[in-house]
Design a binder for this molecule. Structure first.
Ligand code: SOE
Length: 409
């Protein structure tokens, strides 16, 4: 492995997690960029990083920074990823890749024009070892045909109206929040595991708190107190706190997912149930070291994460023996292991690339449109040149071909 110089933009919740993960792989974090020079310097001092850049331009000008990790707010992803590619840097961008499908389509095009540069999106949940094991089992036919996929992603850090974060404001995080922020983790995960792509969606979203209190001085992700942040200035909120989405996958499989950032007690729970013609699989991130295998004609199985019990695909991404739990921080290390293998000239299809990030934003735009128009909406295929979504030209425009619109609306 060649030691790579890494620069990280963003010093909130996930930026330092990127720093820790690349260091665990033996790479060198050469500099940090914060939302202000002062915050960058404070984070660099706290994390023992040798340099704090004053601007993104200064970061890109650093020849020691071969790989750039973008852990900045969503609204900055497009410009930063575009500039980093232009500066000849490998790019690891936090999700969602950008604010619109037009932006993500452009990033996919730019990345394709720079095939010598690696482009990745941090859909880290793929790299829980038992999610990789689930993928291997589905692809080796152990479930048979997967015909139904359900699950959820539940959190409670925005439960109170006094909980605040830049994500709740459409101008900073995009029109879709809970679905774009955590729902896309679930969509990416189930597509990664099953190979099924979402063809159409029917969504019903809700804004539980149409007004939130913005504390003076802003708030980082997950920093609200247990009893809710201190009261601040009331601001209107239009983004989704929770929602339910019906799914139709290409090839006929169906499913549904619920997303919430207002479910008390669920701190960061993502889970899935895959129903196949021969068996089923279930997993959740509160018990990430156990995979449930469901059978009809024989006892169910509970696989405990143990490298000795994993298949060839998952085993390289489980670094600790059975009984030594691996969790969230380890998934970033394992995802970056796959990314940096590609940086070293060993490409692989395990880590999420910009094309995957584009696919998720296309799904988000369909989900938001479905919610607003209260009907099924077809998801634009990710491999088709993106056209700006215009007004429907026919009452059936956007409907899943050959099917009547869902009831209601
Ligand atoms: C906030 O919802 C958040 O930090 C997400 O942005 C991350 O992607 C997820 O891994 C944890 O929760």
């Amino acid at each position: 492995m060649r030691v790579r110089g890494v620069a990280v933009a963003g010093t909130g919740f996930i930026g330092p997690a990127h720093v820790e993960a690349v260091r665990r792989l033996g790479h060198r974090v050469v500099g940090l960029l914060g939302s202000s020079p002062e915050k960058g310097r404070a984070a660099a001092a706290r994390l023992g990083v040798p340099a704090a850049y004053a601007t993104f331009e200064e970061l890109l000008a650093d020849p020691a920074a071969e790989v750039v990790h973008l852990a900045t707010p969503n609204r900055l992803h497009f410009e930063h990823a575009k500039a980093a590619l232009a500066a000849g840097k490998h790019v690891v961008c936090e999700k969602p890749l950008a604010m619109t499908a037009a932006e993500t389509a452009e990033l996919v095009r730019l990345a394709a024009a720079s095939p010598h540069l690696v482009n990745a999106v941090n859909y880290n949940v793929r790299f829980y070892p038992l999610c990789l094991e689930a993928r291997d089992r589905v692809r080796s036919g152990q479930l048979g045909d997967v015909f139904h996929v359900t699950g959820s992603y539940l959190q409670d850090w925005l439960l109170y109206p006094t909980d605040f974060n830049w994500r709740v404001l459409a101008e900073d995080g995009g029109d879709l929040r809970a679905v774009a922020d955590i729902g896309t983790h679930w969509l990416d995960l189930v597509t990664f595991i099953t190979g099924l792509e979402v063809e159409a969606v029917c969504a019903d979203l809700q804004t539980v708190h149409p007004e939130r209190h913005r504390p003076a001085g802003g708030t980082e992700t997950f920093t609200g107190s247990a009893g809710g942040s201190r009261a601040g200035v009331p601001v209107p909120v239009t983004t989704d706190d929770a929602g339910a989405i019906l799914l139709r996958f290409r090839g006929g499989a169906r499913g549904c997912v619920t997303v919430s950032q207002v479910t008390a007690g669920r701190k960061n729970l993502i889970r899935f149930d895959l129903a196949g013609s021969r068996a089923a699989l279930a997993w959740d991130s509160e018990e990430p070291n156990t995979l449930h295998v469901g059978h009809r004609g024989r006892p169910n199985e509970h696989l405990t994460r143990d490298p000795a019990l994993l298949g060839d695909a998952a085993r390289p991404f489980a670094d600790y023996p059975g009984g030594h739990a691996e969790g969230f921080p380890d998934t970033l290390k394992q995802l970056f292991k796959a990314v940096y293998a590609a940086v070293d000239g060993r490409p692989n299809d395990l880590y999420p690339a910009f094309a995957d990030g584009h696919r998720e934003v296309l799904a988000c735009e369909a989900i938001l449109r479905s919610h607003r128009e209260r009907r099924w909406i077809t998801v634009e295929p990710a491999d088709r040149p993106h056209e700006q979504p215009g007004p429907s030209t026919s009452p059936l425009a956007g409907e899943v071909a050959g099917r009547r619109p869902a009831g209601g609306g």
